[in-house]
Structures are given as C-alpha cells and as structure tokens.
Ligand binder design. Structure first.
Ligand code: GH3
Ligand code: MG
Ligand code: MG
Length: 317
C-alpha cells in the first residue's frame, strides 16, 4: 500500500500543486485550514505530514507539535516562504522534531527526495523499535515454553516479595517438578522431552491468571508465584496445577502417554520469611518432601499436615 501523506497549506494553489506532484506515488490528502488538517490527521492513518509554516490560526509548528504528541514516529516536513534569515526556520524546525524543512517555491525533485528520506528514516526507526522489543522479549522469556525465564522471574519475585512484606499481604510460591522426567527422555528422546515441557508451559500459561508470575525455573521445574494467595488458596491452586499436568495427554509418540508432577508450596504471611530467596527455598524443601513421600502430590512447607494432599494414582489425575 502507498504511504499516506497529509498536505497542509492555506494557499490552495500550492496545496493543489503539491497534491498533483505526489499523487502518483502516494495517497495524498490536503487541507487548507490548519484546524481541519488536524481533524483529518486524527481520523486518518498518516505516515507523513507536509505542512506550511505560516498560516492563520495555527502555524506549521503547532501542527508539528500536535503530530509528534500523537505519534512521534510520524515524520513532518515543514515548508516556508523565503525569509531574510534562512537558517532560523531550519534550526527551529529541526529542533522541534521535524524531519526537514524546504523553502518555497518547492522543487518537486527535492521534495520527493526529502519525502523518501523521511519515510525510510521512519521505516528504520520502526524496525529498530521492533528489534528492540523482540530483544527485550527474548531476554525475559524462556525460549522453549514462552514463560518467564528465571532471570526475569527473580527480579519480579523480589518486587512481589517486598510488596507482600511491606503491606503484610499473603504471597504464595509453588514449584512443580515433573516426576521421573529422565525416563521420558530415555524412552522417547530429548526432542519429545522438549515437546512435553513446551506443552506443560502452554498449560500453565493458559490456566492461571495474568497477575500470577509463571516461570520455567530449571529443566523440568516450573514456578508459580501467586500474589494475595494465603495457605488455603495456595493449596487449591497447587492441586489444580498438579491435576492439569497429570491429566494432560501427550500424543506426539506412537502411543499417547501422560506424566505426573510433584508440587512444593510455601506461603509468605505476616513476615514469616525474610527474603524471596527464603520463600522459594521453603517451597523447594516442600517439593523434596513431596518427592520423598511418593511423588504426584502437593506438599506444604512447615508440614502443615492439614493442608497436605496426596493423589496416589499416577497418570489418571
Ligand atoms: P524426579 O521424579 O525425582 O524429579 O526425577 P526426574 O527424572 O524428573 O529428575 P532428575 O532431576 O533426576 O532429572 C531431570 C531430567 O530432566 C534430566 C534432564 O535430562 C531433563 N531435562 C532438564 N532440562 C531439560 C530440557 O530442557 N529438555 C529435556 N528434554 N529434558 C530436560
Ligand atoms: Mg523431575
Ligand atoms: Mg528437577
């Protein structure tokens, strides 16, 4: 699709001349009143604005400011009549964020070159921005599952811990570790093992709230951090986590199979933990307990036996 240009000039003849010169290569809309131009600008998806400087009501600099406030990625080229000091509008235009400025009478070849340079500048900036966003996403996420990676999780976890500590709000942390995962790799190969991890990552992403922090913590270990969840809520969530994993059927081998998982839970409440690291360590100890006590179960730190749950039938959920 052709880039879309808005031309703003109170001199109808000039606006028409510019429109004629550009309409073969661009989608062009022109306006003769600056206020009308801004209305058109806000209702259309423009890539570039070409505006006269001296106009009644609003100047080209006002148009430039409004455009940049709406979307800094849209390029603006200013047009000005001859002035005694040519440098003055140029300096002001560039300092105000315009891509360039041109003196009237405009030479069409120069105008087209300036527009092309503005649009390629814009494309480059958009690509750089996308590239940067992708780099940030990659730095924060686990490549296999799309969950938060451990590095990102640690910093988010610290913030959540501090919030919970300061306002004395509950915060629950749970670690899930797939049972006998080595056997999956040994039986079907690492690629299948990776597919299992990926599918479990998707399950976790889709089954818990966006306010919960979900992380692939290590090889076959996942961590869920649940703000505002007390012991009781944490037990329910942990049991749900264990259940959705062990109910999942993996169908990418000749005969479908299931896995089970153990979950360790720890809840921060009334400053019972000094740091985020103490809290996750407690969840890890609970996980070790779950493994020792037969796997495919949830265990809570501080051996709150009332809150323990055990599901001895593996793979059926
Ligand atoms: P347990 O029930 O005690 O947790 O037994 P387990 O076999 O799951 O635990 P163990 O810690 O002995 O082994 C974990 C296995 O997870 C070993 C390793 O090959 C596998 N693993 C870790 N990361 C990955 C990964 O990214 N991809 C695959 N396919 N396997 C992984
Ligand atoms: Mg394991
Ligand atoms: Mg493990």
């Amino acid at each position: 699709m052709k880039p879309k240009i808005l031309i703003v000039d109170d001199d109808v003849k000039i606006a028409r001349m510019l429109e004629m010169a550009l309409r073969d290569d661009y989608q062009v809309v022109s306006a003769h009143q600056p206020k009308r131009a801004l209305e058109l600008f806000h209702s259309g998806d423009f890539d570039l604005v070409l505006t006269d400087i001296k106009m009644p009501e609003l100047s080209g600099f006002d148009i430039l400011r409004a455009v940049k406030e709406t979307n800094p990625a849209i390029e603006v080229i200013l047009l000005t009549g001859e002035t005694p000091d040519k440098a003055e509008p140029a300096v002001k235009a560039l300092q105000s964020g315009a891509h360039d400025y041109l003196l009237k009478p405009v030479r069409i070849k120069e105008l087209k070159e300036t527009i092309q340079s503005a649009l390629s500048n814009q494309r480059r900036q958009l690509e750089d921005k996308r590239h940067l966003q992708e780099l940030i996403r990659l730095a924060y996420t686990d490549y296999l599952t799309g969950l938060s990676n451990r590095h990102n999780f640690e910093s988010q976890f610290k913030l959540e811990f501090e919030r919970s500590d300061r306002y004395e709000r509950p915060l629950s942390c749970m670690i899930l570790d797939i049972d006998d995962f080595k056997r999956i790799n040994d039986a079907f190969g690492h690629r299948t093992g990776d597919q299992v991890l990926k599918q479990i990552g998707t399950l976790i992403l889709n089954n818990f709230r966006s306010s919960d922090l979900k992380c692939r913590y290590g090889g076959e270990e996942f961590v869920l951090l649940i703000p505002e969840a007390d012991h009781e809520v944490a037990m329910t969530v942990a049991e749900k986590l264990r259940r959705i994993v062990c109910r999942e059927i993996f169908t990418f081998t000749e005969s479908p199979f299931q896995v089970t998982a153990s979950v360790g839970v720890a809840t921060c409440w009334r400053r019972n933990f000094k740091s985020a690291s103490d809290l996750i360590h407690a969840a890890d100890l609970a996980l070790i307990k779950a493994k020792r006590e037969g796997k495919n179960c949830v265990r809570v730190y501080a051996s709150l036996s009332l809150h323990e749950s055990h599901s001895p039938a593996p793979a059926k959920g």
